[in-house]
Structures are given as C-alpha cells and as structure tokens.
Design a protein around this ligand. Structure first.
Ligand code: HSE
Length: 431
C-alpha cells in the first residue's frame, strides 16, 4: 500500500485535534482511502505534551525547515495562523512540490491568488476546507457538489463568536461586554476578539466563498464589512418586538452581472431558519439555479470539528497524490462565471432599522422624517417608548426599501441636528 507522509506545522488546538485523529484513526483512514497516511513530523516552538494525545518524541521538532525540506514529506499542514511566516511556509512548501493543507482564511483572503497560482505552477494542491465553517464541509460542497449550478446567493452566519455574543444578548438580555466576557471564559472568543467582533473573520471567509461560488477573486478591502459593536440590547429588544432577530451575516448575492458582497449585522425575520441558529453555531445557505436553497449547519470552530476538515483535505490529497503531478489541469479556483465585478455598497437597496438618540421635544420626528423624505426614504413604523421631556430618548423606526447611498446621506445630515445626541444606528434588514 502506498504511504503518504504528512508534516504538521503548528501544534495548537486544531493541530492537536489533527494529531489525535491521524494517530488514532490510521487504520480506518487507510481502509477508506486505500493509502497509508503517516504523520511524519510535528513542528512547533512549544513542545510540551498536549492533553489527550501521546506523541512519539522523534516526531517533534522546533525546526520548521526540517518539515518543509524533508524529502519524504508529501503534505505540509500549516496551522500556525497569521500572515507571516505562514505565507512563506506555504509558498516554500509548494515550490518544493509539496501539497498544502491550511485553515488560514486571513492568509488566503489576502494572498490566495499568489498562493493558488504558485500551487498551480508546481502542480500541487492547496486544501482549505477548515478555513470556513470549521467542521461544515462548505468548501467541498461549492467546489464539487454545486459545480453544475449557477450560484445565485450564499449567505449565512460564518462567525461563532459574534453569533454567541448576539445570541446571549438576546436570550439572556445582557450587555455586549458581559456577553463577550462569557464567550472569552468559554474559549469561544479570543483574548483579543477584534478580528471576530469587527467582522474581519467573516469577511476573510466570504472572500473564499465568493471565489468558489462565483469564480471571482476578491480581497477583504472589496467587501463592505461592519462589526457588531454598534448593536445594543435595545436594538435586539426592538427587533424582537417587530418579529426579527439581529445576526451578523455574510452575504454574497448575484445582482445582474455584479456581486453584492457584505458583512454586517442584520435584522432577519424570526420565521427564517437563520434566526434560530444560535450561540456559537454557524450556518450557510447556498442557492443554486438547479438545487434551489440548501443549508449547511454546524460547528464553525473547535478542536475536533476543525481537525475533521483538515483531515478530510489530507485524505483527499493522499488519494490523488500521483494524479496531481500528471494533471494537465492543475490547481485552479477562479472561473469565468456570469459575475464580473463587485457591486458598490451605495447601490444597495434594502429596508432599514434605524435608532436615533434625540432630545424628547416637539418637532423632532418632523425634522428627521423630513430629511429622510428629502432623500427618498419612506418610513414604515416608528416607535418612541420612553418619555423624558427635554432629555435624550431613543426614537426607533423601520423604513421601506431605500437606497444605501441615500440613507448614508440622510444619516449624515440627521446626526448634525442640534437635538440628535449620539450617532444614529442603522441596521439593514435582510429579506
Ligand atoms: N473565530 C472564529 C469564530 C472561528 O468565532 O467563528 C475561526 O474562524
């Protein structure tokens, strides 16, 4: 039986899951793939024992080059994250003819084009199933299962940290900071949660979904991205009363020959399935012209779900390792689909939830609605629950369909009014 040697770089949480899996499931992976998958080296700066797995000492090294340059190693698994030196590790490995498996969405979103084209040149494969949705096999589904479809929409909840925070704020009526602290205590949010909270992590993942679903190579800067910091418990309460949940959504939607790409908090109807995706779970809807709507749902992070995705790539490569070198059609992800470019955010048309902070006095509603009207924005519902004469109160409304550019213009003017006390908060409503 053929043996394929794997070198792992990065023995952290996911790396530990991969090691556990490769060591404990060797027989079953062998019988399912017809290839013997041998974990040959593990590189990390920290070589202390990991809980739940005993690793033969001879596998461990602090020297990354001893993995990359090892002639026997066929597949390099990069699980250190970040841009540098992960990028150099992957490029060097590909140049040496090694296949690569990574979970590094930030790196692929920023430098995927360079990495994929080098892999193509050297006839090696880059597996990145673990980079989006943890254990949810969305990469394989888009690359293979949906290949006959023109994809119309991909949208979903791609970040467990923000979904946990928003769910906890909604279910347990707590403030953002308390929800974040709880997420950190449970190991769901990082000590520095900026990447998740700001929407950047979802944006990186959406770059990869746009490439696989629509053939379009985009960078994070091409995607309109908003974090969840502006959402307050009062927004969640108002939304709930009007029949909506507040979720951080990642959206890729075909509009003519353009692709609407955005990550932001959104109100979605409580009747929609996505509204019931709670806490750290992820869910991704894909609508193909042949399949209609399909839903992938599950654990978007964690040691074993993510390791499951990494090992699926390793097995896929191991099964085809000889074919890649002979292939006339090397690794390629961009394709000529019907989508040509990203649509500008100010061209979006959608409904809005808007919360103004205003002094409670006569004429305020007239002033605000006047500016909205001058910008072609029509109000569908208004609520001012609090009554504090002469004091700041929230004035909350839903609009009919409006143009994003017009909405931003109107909000700029409204925020300068003397009786508006804080920056207005607008949350788009996703149908
Ligand atoms: N930090 C991510 C999340 C998981 O909270 O979903 C890894 O992408």
């Amino acid at each position: 039986m053929k043996t394929v040697n794997v070198g792992l770089i990065g023995f952290g949480t996911v790396g530990t899951g991969v090691v556990k899996t490769l060591l404990s499931k060797r027989r079953s992976l062998e019988s399912r793939s017809g290839v013997s998958i041998n974990l040959a080296k593990i590189a990390d700066l920290n070589l202390r024992p990991r809980i739940g797995v005993r690793v033969p000492k001879k596998l461990l090294t602090r020297n990354v080059d001893s993995v990359i340059k090892n002639r026997n190693i066929d597949i390099v698994v990069e699980l250190i994250g970040g841009i540098h030196p992960a990028k150099e590790i992957i490029l060097k490995s590909a140049r040496l003819g090694k296949h690569v498996v990574t979970a590094n969405k930030a790196l692929l979103a920023e430098h995927g084009r360079e990495i994929f084209s080098l892999a193509s040149k050297f006839k090696t494969f880059v597996g990145f199933e673990a980079s989006v949705g943890g254990g949810i096999p969305v990469i394989n589904v888009l690359k293979n299962s949906f290949v006959a479809n023109d994809i119309e929409v991909i949208h979903g909840i791609l970040n467990g940290t923000t979904n946990f925070i928003l769910s906890k704020m909604s279910e347990e009526k707590c403030a953002f900071n308390e929800a974040l602290r709880d997420a950190q205590k449970r190991g769901i949010a990082e000590k520095n949660p900026k990447l998740d909270i700001s929407g950047a992590d979802s944006c990186h993942k959406l770059c990869l979904l746009a490439l696989l679903g629509f053939g379009l190579s985009v960078k994070p800067k091409d995607i309109y991205t908003e974090g969840i910091e502006k959402v307050s418990p009062i927004d969640i309460e108002y939304a709930k009363n009007w029949g909506y949940a507040v979720k951080s959504l990642a959206i890729a939607k075909k509009v003519g020959s353009k692709l609407d790409l955005r990550v932001h908090p959104a109100l979605i109807s409580l009747k929609k399935i996505l509204a019931s995706v709670k806490y750290e779970d992820n869910a991704i809807f894909i609508r193909g012209n042949m399949t209609g709507e399909a839903l992938l749902y599950g654990k978007g992070a964690g040691e074993l779900p993510t390791a499951s995705a990494v090992v699926s790539d390793i097995v896929e490569i191991a099964k085809n390792v000889d074919d890649f070198k002979k292939s006339k059609n090397p690794f390629k992800l961009e394709f000529a689909g019907s989508v040509k470019k990203v649509r500008k955010m100010h061209d979006l048309t959608t409904r809005y939830y808007v919360r103004f902070s205003v002094i409670d006095k006569p004429g305020v509603l007239a002033g605000i609605s006047g500016i909205l009207a001058q910008n072609g924005i029509s109000i569908s519902t208004v609520s001012q629950k609090e009554r504090k004469r002469g004091q700041p109160v929230p004035l909350v409304m839903l609009t009919h369909e409006a143009n994003e550019g017009s909405m931003q213009k109107a909000l700029d003017r409204i925020d300068k009014l003397s009786y508006v006390t804080e920056k207005s908060v607008e949350i788009r409503i996703e149908q």
